[in-house]
Design a protein around this ligand. Structure first.
Ligand SMILES: NC(=O)c1ccc[n+]([C@@H]2O[C@H](COP(=O)([O-])OP(=O)(O)OC[C@H]3O[C@@H](n4cnc5c(N)ncnc54)[C@H](OP(=O)(O)O)[C@@H]3O)[C@@H](O)[C@H]2O)c1
Length: 298
């Protein structure tokens, strides 16, 4: 039976761009989470147009310090870092724990479930852009998550109630998650040019993006997403309206020489395309280039 505490105990793994935003949202309302990371920090700082929030640390770096499991764990490491974060998940989770995964992709449950000691994995869609800077995180839009409508969702709603992070609950989460995946997939083109959102105003990049999005849409529909043809144009329109200097976390990783989330953001379309017998000629070009940029060799 799932415990539905109104004041769940909350831990957060991965105090990067997204993790700092959620930690600050909780701290502002007096629900500071236990923060678990890879790198020690005395404090976390979130800034936006209206000012900044300082979340007192320390960021814990040793899972052995954790003596009891938590009701709710937010997991905000990259999908490429889940295995390395497994000792944190073992220390923080029991069969009663809900692990809310704050990551891009449509495979969060399968990726994280092996590490949560029988706890419940709750996927999410993270809608807001946040950018790491040397001593702070820059939140570039209003914080917003979408969660599936499940019995576990209540614990996240309780933790984030009355915070700066709004939470929508979607009956058709599959469609919402694939829509975001399409946005992420096309944002991956920024890695191949080394340019930010401004590049989408080029006619040739607009045409390429629309063709790639139509390919992704066919796969998304085969996976059960209900998304109309208009979605491709809507996503491109959103890039046209974005600040020209707005990046994406996969571009930030490329520029920092870090491994890329190419598989969960782009490879997934090619993989599921193969399962469903859907040709993916653009993915067949884009995915190897992203994979090689991420993993080399060379
Ligand atoms: N940033 C965005 O705008 C955005 C928007 C929507 C979705 N997302 C998705 O959200 C997820 C998180 O992205 P992000 O941009 O927040 O990444 P990020 O800034 O790189 O944050 C990841 C955090 O995890 C920490 N970490 C790495 N390995 C760890 C380990 N073994 N144990 C504990 N902590 C560990 C990192 O520590 P270090 O400080 O040592 O690196 C860092 O604090 C990704 O799936 C991304 O695609 C991001």
């Amino acid at each position: 039976m799932m415990k539905m505490s109104e004041n769940p105990t909350v831990a957060l793994i991965g105090p990067g761009a997204i993790g700092t935003t959620i930690a600050a949202a909780l701290h502002e309302v007096g629900r500071t989470p236990t923060i678990c990371g890879r790198t020690a920090h005395e404090r976390l700082v979130l800034r936006d147009d209206s000012g900044s929030v300082v979340v007192p640390g320390p960021v814990r770096t040793d899972p052995a310090e954790i003596k009891n499991p938590f009701d709710l764990v937010f997991l905000a490491v990259k999908s490429t870092q889940v295995e390395a974060a497994a000792p944190w998940l073992s220390a923080l989770c029991s069969a009663e724990t809900v692990v809310c995964v704050l990551q891009n992709g449509v495979e969060q449950k399968a990726l994280v479930a092996p590490y949560v000691s029988g706890g419940t994995v709750l996927p999410s869609v993270v809608w807001f852009p946040a950018q790491r800077e040397p001593d702070s995180v820059w939140l570039r839009a209003k914080a917003r998550l979408t969660l599936p409508d499940t019995p576990a969702t209540g614990v996240v709603l309780a933790a984030l109630r009355d915070t700066r992070c709004s939470v929508d609950v979607a009956e058709d989460f599959t469609s919402v998650a694939w829509r975001k995946l399409l946005q992420n997939a096309v944002a991956g083109l920024m890695v191949l040019t080394g340019r930010r959102s401004g590049m989408f105003t080029r006619t040739d990049i607009t045409e390429l993006s629309l063709a790639y999005l139509r390919e992704c849409l066919a796969v998304a529909r085969a996976e059960g997403a209900t998304l109309g043809d208009e979605v491709a144009q809507e996503i491109v329109d959103k890039f046209h309206q974005s600040p020209a200097d707005l990046g994406t976390s996969i571009l930030a990783d490329r520029q920092a020489g870090q491994p890329l989330e190419w598989d969960c953001r782009n490879g997934v379309v090619q993989r599921y395309g193969r399962v469903h017998g859907i040709p993916t000629p653009l993915s067949d070009l884009i995915v190897p280039l992203l994979a090689a940029a991420s993993d080399g060799p060379g």
